[in-house]
Ligand binder design. Structure first.
Ligand SMILES: N[C@@H](CCC(=O)N[C@@H](CS)C(=O)NCC(=O)O)C(=O)O
Length: 224
């Protein structure tokens, strides 16, 4: 999957290690949006859902996503997105402090894994433990998912993309939390028309289509 780089920079060593149905789809999508050369390696989850030993061996914590770049093995979605945009993307898709939407960009970029993913994880664990909103402790925890969807719905009623009128790396971080995460914790998007319209905009992007076709062949992205 290596291609000639029009900037002449050496990106040939950047490898996105994608664990199927995981947050590492973000990195494939990012590389496609930036149109940078990269190598893609796919890994299947083990029966227990964990990454296989060869994935774990890439980096100390061993969770997806991981990229390798020469001698470097880097984990954590946010760190990787920042690294790839800065080091290989010439800063494209990032928003700097000079921009009026800098704070929005930072907020939504970090909301993805700082608030939304934990809320979805809590919902997943509650579901696996058979806890519903009938349980007072679970109700308090599950409220966070609802609140997260409510603030996202409000945001997407005021802007086409999370940071403003253009797609940014904040969207790269957020989209997984609204799509593939629903494989593990289904969530009815019917009450959220702005979220549904946003996901249609994302699904229409050629880079997103290419990324999902390469990263998740045979899997229809959860855009509805
Ligand atoms: N905060 C981390 C979370 C990484 C994470 O939990 N990844 C999951 C996939 S979505 C994983 O690797 N699961 C398999 C495993 O733990 O072996 C990040 O964004 O990189």
């Amino acid at each position: 999957m290596l291609a000639a780089d029009p900037t002449g920079e050496d990106h040939a060593m950047l490898t996105a290690h994608h664990l199927r149905r995981s947050q590492s789809e973000r990195i494939v999508w990012l590389c496609e949006e930036l149109a940078i050369p990269y190598t893609l390696v796919l890994y299947d989850r083990q029966p227990d859902g964990l990454a296989p030993p060869d994935y774990k061996a890439l980096q100390a914590f061993g969770t997806a996503p991981i990229v390798t770049d020469g001698e470097l093995a880097l984990g954590e979605s946010g760190a990787i997105v920042d690294y790839v945009t800065a080091k290989h993307g010439g800063g494209r898709l990032a928003v700097g402090p000079e921009a009026a939407n800098f704070a929005d960009y930072l907020y939504w970029f970090h909301f993805a894994n700082g608030s939304m993913m934990p809320a979805r994880m809590v919902a997943m664990i509650a579901g696996r433990l058979g806890l519903s909103e009938e349980n007072p402790a679970a109700r308090a925890l599950l409220r966070r998912s609802k609140l997260a969807y409510a603030v996202i719905e409000d945001r997407l009623g005021r802007a086409d993309y999370f940071a403003g009128p253009e797609l940014t790396a904040a969207d790269i971080m957020m989209v997984y939390t609204l799509t593939t995460t629903r494989v593990y914790t289904p969530y009815d998007l019917a009450p959220y028309p702005n979220v549904r319209a946003y996901l249609q905009r994302i699904g229409a992007r050629r880079a997103y289509q290419r990324a999902m076709a390469k990263a998740e062949p045979g899997f229809a992205p959860l855009l509805e």
